[in-house]
Ligand binder design. Sequence first.
Ligand SMILES: [Ca+2]
Ligand SMILES: [Ca+2]
Length: 197
Amino acid sequence: MRRHIQLILALVATFTLILATPASATPTITRDASGDSSAEPYTDIVMAKVTAQEGREGLYFQMLLAGTVPMTPSRPGTYNGFTAYNWLVDTDGNGIANYVIVVRFCSHLVQGPCVGNDWHWESALTSAGTGQRIGDFDYEIENNVVKGFVAASQLGDPSGFRWIAATRTSPSSSNLPSVDIAPDLANGSPVWVDFPR
Ligand SMILES: [Ca+2]
Ligand SMILES: [Ca+2]
């Protein structure tokens, strides 16, 4: 009888623990080597993560960099201080991004879809197929962390998706590669992180 009660108590304790778990869904995380960016430490991804609030619309895209992101990145060359934090999102699982979620320091002078000639930070939800800007979203840059807050409806309310984080120091129209990517390629092929909803 005593054993029976202990079992019931154990079950109650487990159930309580489940109920006490916060409503925040488990994030999907990828960790990345530091030192593998071909540009500055603030373009070197050490961790990237996507989190959802259960029962809410919000998706939180986050990147942790090896160095503090400057207010006004600057470097010599054609693309000046162009800096972009990208999350490529594949909503239909075919291995090709449907959307790119972007926080970037840019000017219309070097990138057509960037709004305004003055160099500035902005967010852009971009159609990966056309490169067109189809929306924007709230974002934050704090020291070495970049965050984007995107409504799931902006991505067509997918039941799940896959993502890859990448950083750039040139617009994609330059055909130059990303300076860092997380997860790294495996034998030249992209490795997607699954985000179930
Ligand atoms: Ca890295
Ligand atoms: Ca990497």
